[in-house]
Design a binder for this molecule. Structure first.
Ligand SMILES: CSC[C@H]1O[C@H](OP(=O)(O)O)[C@H](O)[C@@H]1O
Ligand SMILES: Nc1ncnc2[nH]cnc12
Length: 290
C-alpha cells in the first residue's frame, strides 16, 4: 500500500514547502468541512498532505477546530501517517522554549469537543494505551535530530480546553501532581480520532513558553509565544522535509495502528444505524466492508 504523510500544522505553521505538484484542494466530509483546504503534492517520491489546524489566518479556536472533519478528510484522500506539529507550554526546566518534544502520552482535560466518530447506532472502543505510533514517532525524532533541533524523546502532553491559559493552581497540579511535561489545547481529541480512523499518529510539541508555574515567567503572553513560534515553524518545516526519506513510500506500519478497529466494534450488525454507517465510509470502511 502506498503511504501518504499528512502534516497537521498548529499555531504558526500554515504551510510546508518543497512539495512538487503542490495544490490546495477542498475536501468535503460527512462530518462537515475541515479547517481549510488541504495542500497536497509529493516530496522525494512520497505523497504528502498538509492541513493547517486553525485554518490559514488562524480562524478556528482550539474548541472550534473541526477535528472529526480534519481526520476524516485526511483518511479520505489516502493519508496513512499523521504528523501533528503543535505549540506547547513546558512544565520542565529542561524542556526550554525553541526545543521539540516527541510526545508519547496524553492526559485529556478537554470538555467541549466531539471525541469519537462512533456513538449510538455503532459503538466502538479502541485502545489508547499507546496513543502514538512508535515507528512514526521514531522517524520524527530522527528527522529533528538530523535537522540539528534540540529534541526530547517522549513526554506527556496535557490537553486543556482553553482558549484561556491555565491558572497557577492548574499549572502546578499538572506539573507537580500529575507529572505532565507539556501543555497544549489541540492534540485531544485529534489523537483519539486518528486512532479510530486507523491512522498512524505522531505528535511533535514545539515549546514556546514555560506556562505560568515557572518563577521567572509568571504569565503566558501570546506576543512572546509568537516570537518563538516563528523560529519553531521554520525548524518544523526542515524536520518534515526529511520524513519521506526516513519513512519510505511503501514500508508498512508494524505497530498495529492500521488495524485498531479490528475488534473494536461492539454493536450487533443488525442493530447498526445505516445513517451512521454511511458517515463512517472513510474512517471505518475497512471493517464495515464499504
Ligand atoms: C498561540 S498559543 C495557544 C494555541 O497554540 C497551540 O495551538 P496548536 O496546538 O494548534 O499549535 C495551543 O494548543 C493553543 O491552541
Ligand atoms: N502555556 C500554554 N498552554 C496551553 N497551550 C499553549 N500553547 C502554547 N503555550 C501554551
Amino acid at each position: 500500500m502506498e503511504r501518504m504523510i499528512a502534516v497537521i500544522g498548529g499555531s504558526g505553521v500554515y504551510d510546508i514547502d518543497g512539495l512538487e505538484d503542490a495544490r490546495w484542494q477542498a475536501v468535503d466530509t460527512p462530518w462537515g468541512k475541515p479547517s481549510d483546504e488541504i495542500l497536497t503534492g509529493t516530496l522525494d517520491g512520497m505523497k504528502m498532505a498538509f492541513l493547517p489546524r486553525h485554518g490559514r489566518g488562524h480562524v478556528h479556536s482550539p474548541t472550534s477546530v473541526p477535528y472529526r472533519a480534519n481526520i476524516d478528510a485526511l483518511k479520505r484522500i489516502g493519508a496513512t501517517d499523521v504528523v501533528s506539529v503543535s505549540a506547547c507550554g513546558s512544565f520542565r526546566e529542561d524542556f526550554a522554549p525553541g526545543e521539540f518534544v516527541v510526545v508519547d502520552q496524553f492526559v485529556d482535560r478537554t470538555i467541549a469537543r466531539e471525541k469519537s466518530f462512533f456513538g449510538e447506532g455503532c459503538v466502538a472502543h479502541v485502545s489508547m494505551a499507546h496513543p502514538t505510533c512508535a515507528r512514526l514517532s521514531a522517524a520524527c525524532l530522527q528527522a529533528a535530530r538530523d535537522e540539528g533541533i534540540t529534541v526530547h524523546s517522549g513526554g506527556t502532553y496535557l490537553a486543556m480546553e482553553g482558549p484561556q491559559f491555565s491558572t497557577l493552581a492548574e499549572s502546578k497540579l499538572y506539573r507537580e501532581n500529575w507529572g505532565c511535561d507539556v501543555i497544549g489545547m489541540t492534540n485531544m481529541p485529534e489523537a483519539k480520532l486518528a486512532r479510530e480512523a486507523e491512522l498512524c499518529y505522531a505528535s511533535i510539541a514545539m515549546v514556546t513558553d514555560y506556562d505560568c508555574w515557572h518563577p521567572d515567567h509568571d504569565a503566558v503572553e501570546v506576543a512572546d509565544i509568537v516570537k518563538t513560534l516563528i523560529g519553531n515553524a521554520e525548524k518544523a518545516r526542515g524536520m518534515v522535509s526529511r520524513l519521506p526519506r526516513l519513512l519510505g513510500a511503501h514500508k508498512p506500519c508494524d505497530k498495529g495502528c492500521d488495524t485498531a478497529l479490528e475488534y473494536a466494534l461492539i454493536t450487533a450488525p443488525e442493530k447498526r444505524d445505516p445513517a451512521l454507517l454511511a458517515r463512517l465510509d472513510a474512517v471505518a470502511g475497512r471493517v464495515l466492508g464499504r
